[in-house]
Design a protein around this ligand. Structure first.
Ligand SMILES: Cc1cc2nc3c(=O)[nH]c(=O)nc-3n(C[C@H](O)[C@H](O)[C@H](O)COP(=O)(O)OP(=O)(O)OC[C@H]3O[C@@H](n4cnc5c(N)ncnc54)[C@H](O)[C@@H]3O)c2cc1C
Length: 380
């Protein structure tokens, strides 16, 4: 029933084989250990860099793969199908590197992107603070100009790749009197004195993802670490990049629905109750018919958004619709699928339990679903 996405082509088929092989070899066998360690192996990034899986959609002249956003989607799909939710590659590839590509000067792009593409550096983006998430204008982190340097001070939290990151795009106030126009993006490399990785946080899902706090204690960076050429561009830069981040969340949500459906079909056709497979109860069939329908609709909506994004036509309200709707529907569908597993659905060794806990955050990060509805309503 699933149809081939309109944006797939032969080049992407070949790339999917490469991504699938890598994920089966390098991710699946290590997942339990990574969950225990609360992080993937740092070496994974190097290995991925060597086979060309980092910075897939960054031009080759900056060390990237020269592909498109479709390559990022394929990698994300294969990562999820391999059962991993810890490797923060979609953020590194699809978000952090793209801030540099979109706003960096030629010098910045040549200096930073090759290191992100080789896996020498792991990237992170630090917007959220203990006292400011949805209300980003309330951030307190400061980047104060002092001669040829900025002095960065503040605390960030919930930062994906926060435990391992070497390169952080920091959202900071360069002029606190100006609100949104006083906000800038400043790069902080992790080896600068005064920078500290905080503890890796305990989460209900995505347990092998090293989500962490970051501390900036009078960290001095050269003034050339300001992303772009002028202060005060931070909010516009964020506005323009957040759609791709939300599209990535749409991809993860739809793949999670597809996986949950496949797992539940397999399980209910095997599991016996009252002398017949659980699948044969009308409730099971109707529930899965509904889940299959919503999954199909979600996939079509997603593929339409991916195709539009590849043409440069995806607008902010539409991707906000995709983000809230797919993450919300996925959560409902996965909950129904978990129910059909009975008590086994509550056991973390069953894939459906992991899909359930991993999915929950998709309604929260990348801008909460409530904020997505605010954005949509402004366009109506
Ligand atoms: C696992 C994980 C990874 C993350 N990764 C990153 C990362 O890499 N980088 C980063 O910067 N951040 C990251 N975040 C942070 C994430 O983006 C924020 O948690 C999110 O934006 C919400 O902010 P908050 O937690 O401060 O919640 P709040 O903003 O305090 O929201 C609390 C509740 O109030 C609601 N609310 C707030 N404002 C409104 C409004 N105007 N109208 C209606 N309801 C509203 C929210 O929707 C929510 O339900 C991550 C979070 C998690 C959990």
């Amino acid at each position: 029933m699933a149809q081939r996405p309109v944006w797939m082509d032969e080049d992407l088929d070949a790339f999917r084989d490469l991504a699938r092989t890598f994920c089966a070899k390098e991710l699946t066998p290590n997942i339990e250990r990574w969950i225990e360690n609360k992080q993937v192996d740092r070496e994974l990034w190097r290995k991925a860099g060597e086979v060309g899986l980092l910075c897939l959609s960054i031009p080759e002249e900056y060390g990237g793969g020269g592909g498109t956003f479709a390559h990022e989607v394929v990698l994300l799909e294969e990562q999820a199908r391999a059962g991993d939710s810890g490797w923060g590659v979609s953020l590194h590839n699809g978000i952090v590197a793209h801030y540099v590509l979109a706003y960096g000067t030629e010098e910045q792009k040549h200096a930073w992107l090759p290191k992100l593409a080789s896996g020498e550096w792991v990237g992170a983006i630090a917007m959220t603070e203990p006292g400011a998430g949805s209300d980003l204008q309330a951030i307190k982190t400061r980047a104060v100009r002092d001669g040829d340097e900025y002095v960065v001070t503040g605390t960030k939290t919930f930062i994906t790749n926060g435990g391992q990151c070497d390169f952080v795009v920091v959202v900071a106030k360069t002029d606190p009197t100006k609100g949104a126009e006083g906000t800038s993006l400043v790069i902080v490399e992790a080896d600068r004195p005064g920078f500290r990785h905080g503890r890796v946080l305990d989460k209900i899902g995505q347990k092998s993802q090293d989500t962490a706090e970051l501390f900036f204690d009078d960290v001095r960076v050269p003034a050339t670490n300001l992303l772009g050429t002028a202060e005060g561009q931070g909010f516009i830069q964020l506005m323009n990049q957040l759609p791709q981040e939300r599209l990535i969340i749409g991809v993860s949500s739809v793949v999670a629905m597809e996986l949950a459906l496949a797992e539940t079909l397999r399980y209910t056709k095997e599991r016996q109750a009252f002398g017949r497979p659980v699948y044969h109860f009308q409730n099971t069939k109707f529930t899965l018919a509904e889940v299959a329908t919503e999954t199909h609709i979600a996939r079509l909506f997603l593929d339409d958004c991916v195709a539009k994004h590849l043409r440069g036509e995806l607008d902010i309200p539409t991707v906000a619709m995709l983000k809230w709707w797919t993450s919300d529907r996925a959560m409902k569908a996965i909950d129904e699928c978990l129910q059909l597993h009975g008590g086994y659905g509550y056991m973390t060794e069953y894939p459906i339990a992991r899909i359930y806990t991993d999915q929950r955050v998709q309604r929260i990060y990348g801008g909460t679903n409530e904020i997505m509805k605010e954005i949509i309503s402004r366009s109506l």
